[in-house]
Design a protein around this ligand. Structure first.
Ligand code: GUN
Length: 290
């Protein structure tokens, strides 16, 4: 392998220690940062993700507030838990774990979350802030990807970034973030997806490729310009094996590459903790001002 590894575990550990410092700074003022989770039903991967978020929180001193609702919960009952989290001063930030069971209205649930407590950064108000270039909680995976590139001094400003995938959690907000005006951003961004016939031609022109389509092995070595940075953000499952959108052979061509495990995932989780801390800091500042 010739590519330099973009090691998300190393960078995320650094972020967690910064977050832990911020959390103890607030604790000195009597504030315990609280991260809430609402899990509906018994989807095993969702339960595991929520558990990991609580484990990460505990490591940096963030308190966990968890509500587990049965799969057949009514929309009204879910709404009332969301309303309770919105008004609970101990919950500084929280998320409704997706996907919800099909009988529930996912959009209604997400819209009901107080945008100031939206730890995912995916509330339409916060996505709107990103469109406008206003400060606000950033979506975790896009923010994590940008920070990972910066940590390894991958040039971004003025470079051509090709994002494969237009999903709401990664592709679309990442395009907005990387094209926005600001230090370490200002990129020329192209968004493509699996419906684009000459996908390979687009990817070949990229200085930075972000694969976020959720299709195993979609980005191959032949599609990558030698020396480009390649970030595997999309995953899919084959039985119990987690597969990357980036073929392993890309490491022979790329200048930088994320490992199959320990690349973007730890960065996403670290950004979630940072969003929770920042929500608590904003809340503390508002209380003092008010
Ligand atoms: N389900 C899978 N990933 C996520 C995430 O990042 N946020 C939420 N709320 N649900 C998810």
């Amino acid at each position: 392998m010739t590519a330099r590894l973009l090691d998300g575990e190393v960078v995320a550990a650094r972020i967690r220690s910064q977050v832990a410092q911020g959390v103890s700074g607030l604790a000195a003022h009597g504030v315990t940062v609280g991260l809430g989770t609402i899990l509906v039903g018994d989807d095993v991967p969702s339960a595991r993700y929520v558990e990991m978020k609580h484990r990460d929180s505990a490591e940096v001193g963030i308190a966990s507030i968890h509500e587990h609702l049965p799969a057949d919960v009514s929309q009204g009952e879910l709404d009332s838990v969301i309303a309770r989290f919105n008004s609970d001063p101990d919950v500084h930030a929280y998320l409704v774990q997706l996907p919800l069971p099909p009988a529930l209205d996912e959009s209604a649930a997400l819209l009901a979350v107080d945008p100031t407590k939206d730890v995912d950064g995916l509330h339409p108000v916060n996505l709107g802030r990103l469109v406008m270039g206003w400060p606000g909680p950033l979506p975790c995976t896009p923010a994590g990807i940008v920070e990972l590139l910066h940590a390894y001094d991958v040039p971004v400003e003025g470079r051509h970034v090709v994002i494969v995938g237009r999903g709401i959690t990664i592709g679309r907000p990442l395009a907005l973030l990387m094209a926005s005006k600001g230090p370490g951003l200002n990129a020329a961004v192209t968004v493509v997806h699996t419906g684009v016939p000459d996908l390979a031609e687009h990817v070949r022109r990229a200085d930075i490729v972000v694969a976020a389509a959720g299709r195993a092995g979609l980005v191959t070595a032949q599609m990558v310009k030698p020396g480009a940075a390649v970030v595997g953000a999309g995953t899919s499952w084959s039985g119990r094996k987690l597969l990357s959108d980036v073929d392993e052979e890309v490491a022979e061509v790329a200048g930088w590459i994320t490992p199959r495990l320990g690349g973007v995932g730890p960065m996403t989780r670290a950004q979630l903790l940072r969003n929770a801390l920042q929500a608590a800091e904003r809340c503390y500042a508002a209380d003092r001002a008010g």
